[in-house]
Design a binder for this molecule. Structure first.
Ligand code: C2E
Ligand code: MG
Ligand code: MG
Length: 368
């Protein structure tokens, strides 16, 4: 890689390796910012050909970020930070491309840094809470169980959405203790609700890809269930296709081990990613959750209606329980009932609420 980069750099330019897979190319004497563009394209062209290593052909890609002195920084650390932000932007664009730094990127980077900083110690400070969204039987509308959803309220940042902080927690590794917190809370609350209200309640907990690298995952779940006294099949673990994409053997092994224990495995957000039907066969799924973007349009968009109809049929023939996410209207619910979707979740019934609120509702129902 270093050799190829050096070939493309002009004489007088500097090519350096910052560490790991990061390189820096210093281009002196540009007459204007645009002149960096052909250099970047030439650098990228060096990745079109495979690398031969130990008689194997490897394809590599590169993502380039460009920061210009002095407008993007008049000192090395600012320039490096901003080039880095632009490089991340290129990665998000699908790699093998280059991007100039813009101030909007800077805002993203600053926000990220701020979140990372505030997240440090937030679990110990009690800033995280678990909230619960009821899942209901489509026909009877009775609550059959709950999905545990993590909430973060920080004194400085206010409420931060999980879509924003989960990704960062995954990168920093905080996801492991954070998830142990969610699992413990959710399982213990469910034990309480089963013992006092409805013994058949189930609890669904989301798992991130990173957690499957935690060798302690299964032991932790086993112990948490044992301590609480709920049965293994009361717990449902939701994973997205992202977990399976890497194809690592240990993920399949973990899913099979959990499934053998009786823990249920749900495919979350189905329809948004690759929606690979082979995954549904290859891994031990029990539940298919149809993503809310399809549900939101079933009463207005014919294509979505047909798609949801087909998904329900596929799930049923694979003997999977079907859950519709994001049900917001009576019309949507009627469609789902008509097409034999068993379980629904969404604002039509309830958003995610605190454990105390759930207990109040159950208590009120008990005295009806
Ligand atoms: P998800 O697992 O697909 O969770 C469902 C999301 O849809 C939740 O957003 C929920 O509040 C929202 N939702 C439910 N009903 C409706 C509806 O009728 N309309 C609309 N518009 N939205 C609805 P939330 O809580 O912001 O969570 C977002 C995502 O963050 C989750 O998506 C999940 O992937 C992730 N997440 C949340 N908690 C955890 C956690 O403890 N661990 C991990 N690994 N991920 C989590
Ligand atoms: Mg989920
Ligand atoms: Mg979902």
């Amino acid at each position: 890689m270093a050799e190829r980069l050096r070939i493309e750099a002009r004489s007088g330019d500097t090519v350096g390796r910052l560490g790991g897979d990061e390189f820096i190319v210093l281009l002196g004497g540009l007459s204007n910012a645009k002149d960096a563009s052909p250099v970047a394209m030439n650098l990228l062209s060096q990745f079109a050909a495979a690398f031969s290593i130990d008689s194997r052909e490897l394809m590599l890609s590169a993502s380039i970020g460009i920061a210009i002195y002095p407008i993007d920084g008049d000192n090395p650390s600012d320039l490096l930070r901003n080039a880095d932000a632009a490089m991340y932007y290129s990665k998000e664009q699908g790699r093998n491309t280059y991007s100039y730094f813009t101030t909007a990127m800077n805002k993203d980077v600053l926000r990220r840094l701020l979140l990372e900083e505030q997240m440090h110690g937030a679990l110990d400070r009690g800033e995280f809470r678990v909230s619960y969204q009821p899942k209901v039987n489509v026909l009877s509308r009775n609550i059959i169980g709950f999905e545990a959803l993590l909430r973060w309220r920080n004194p400085e940042l206010g409420d931060v959405a999980p879509d924003e902080f989960i990704a960062i927690a995954e990168q920093t590794g905080l996801i492991v203790p954070l998830s142990e917190f969610v699992l413990t809370e959710a399982i213990n609350k469910t034990a309480h609700w089963q013992n006092n209200y409805v013994p058949s309640f189930t609890i669904a907990v989301n798992l991130s890809p990173r957690q499957f690298r935690d060798p302690n995952l299964i032991a932790f779940i086993t112990e948490a269930i044992k301590q609480s006294g709920i049965s293994n099949d009361s717990l449902e673990l939701e994973i997205t296709e992202g977990v399976l994409l890497s194809g690592h053997a240990y993920i399949k092994e973990a899913l099979i081990a959990l499934n053998d224990m009786g823990v249920k495995i749900a495919m979350d957000d189905f329809g948004t990613g690759y929606s690979s039907l082979s995954y549904l066969r290859k891994y031990p799924f029990d539940v298919l959750k149809i993503d809310r973007i399809f549900i939101s349009d079933i009463t207005v968009d014919n294509a979505d209606r047909d798609l949801v109809h087909a998904l329900i049929a596929i799930a049923r023939s694979l003997k999977l329980q079907v859950v519709a996410e994001g049900v917001e209207t009576e019309e949507q619910l009627a469609f789902l009932a008509e097409h034999n979707c068993e379980i629904a979740q969404g604002y039509l019934f309830s958003k995610a609420i605190t454990a105390e609120q759930i207990t109040e509702i159950l208590e009120a129902k008990k005295h009806l």
